[in-house]
Design a protein around this ligand. Sequence first.
Ligand SMILES: Nc1nc2c(ncn2[C@@H]2O[C@H](COP(=O)(O)OP(=O)(O)OP(=O)(O)O)[C@@H](O)[C@H]2O)c(=O)[nH]1
Length: 127
Amino acid sequence: MAARPKLAEAMGGSQNLRAYWPHYLSQAHVLVFVVDSVDRSRLLTARQELHALLANEPQLPLVVLANKQDKSDALSTAELQEELALHTLSGQRELFLLPTSATWDGLNTATSVLHVKSLLVTLLSQP
Ligand SMILES: Nc1nc2c(ncn2[C@@H]2O[C@H](COP(=O)(O)OP(=O)(O)OP(=O)(O)O)[C@@H](O)[C@H]2O)c(=O)[nH]1
């Protein structure tokens, strides 16, 4: 089997872009799914999209970034674990749920989205 090329592709989450997600997923080594921890109104959609996306990828590792954790009204990772029903996605895959923030203030912290991104890109770049 040919090795999968290692690329970091970022896809937006708007509805018109979701149709392209499965195409990228078939080539992916890991799915990084960013959730807005404040936006309760779209959590159900996030859960449905995530579960539909992974239905045919039982072994694809999953990293869920619980973003906007700097906000006082953010759901905790424990709450997001429940809301996204992540326990039903584990099974054979590696699954991580990490609290993150994409603010400039948090840029040098371990929870910075950029920090997590650069860590993943470094890991995926290794032969
Ligand atoms: N406080 C805070 N604001 C953030 C964070 N990440 C993004 N934002 C802000 O939230 C706003 C919307 O950004 P995003 O949620 O990334 O944008 P999006 O997902 O493309 O847009 P929506 O679909 O409307 O949510 C912008 O003003 C960002 O600067 C974060 O971690 N913390």
